[in-house]
Design a protein around this ligand. Structure first.
Ligand code: SF4
Length: 196
């Protein structure tokens, strides 16, 4: 069975999920984007926002558009090189950060998606995604751009934390050493590994 077929079965389970309170207020499950059969990396974001909740697709608002621009500049195809998911599949009201209880309920789906796709690497986009897989408390600004080894239910993956694009929306400078320049450096390293 192709990875996409296995994931479609899992998606059907998620469509009926009410395991945490977020299931009561969502409009749509935000399951994934990208092509699991060709993806070399899984990019993990925080949680769906209003645009994602309405469309059922991750990273489609302003932050998503900015992410697309960075990916394109780094030579990473969002549709072919990446499979994109979030730490929770339903939108937290008022765009709050998902709680530990909500993440703990949803992580079974996340882990299954990761192990079905079995990518070369994981990309933790922002601190919420990082903290779901890395138990040391380190600010994203200190750990971004470094390679980590992360184990997901017995399988070990190379992983890199990067800034979340919503942080870059508030930081416009392109000067060396500033967040946008560092994001570009990180994505270039990721692109190099994807295409190796
Ligand atoms: S966030 Fe995850 S665990 Fe909670 S209802 Fe949605 S799919 Fe289920």
């Amino acid at each position: 069975m192709k990875k996409s077929e296995k994931l479609e079965k899992l998606k059907q389970t998620c469509l009926n999920c009410q395991a945490c309170v977020l299931g009561t207020t969502r409009n749509n499950i935000v399951f994934s984007d990208g092509n699991p059969d060709t993806a070399k990396a899984i990019l993990i974001g925080e949680a769906p926002g209003a645009n994602e909740d309405m469309t059922g697709t991750p990273f489609v608002g302003r932050a998503g558009k900015l992410l697309n621009e960075f990916l394109e500049k780094a030579g990473i195809s969002r549709k072919e090189d990446l499979y994109i998911i979030n730490t929770v599949k339903c939108r937290p009201p008022e765009n709050r950060v998902p709680t530990n209880e909500e993440k703990a309920e949803c992580v079974k789906y996340l882990n299954e998606q990761i192990n079905i796709v079995n990518p070369k690497l994981l990309i933790f986009c922002g601190s919420t995604a990082l903290q779901s897989f890395y138990d040391k408390k380190v600010p994203i600004s200190k750990i971004r751009g470094t390679w980590l080894d992360v184990t997901v239910e017995g399988n070990t993956y190379k992983a890199m934390p990067i800034f979340h694009p919503s942080y870059l929306l508030r930081n416009h400078s392109l000067e060396p050493g500033k967040p946008r320049a560092l994001m570009m450096e990180d994505l270039e390293k990721i692109s190099e590994l994807i295409h190796r």
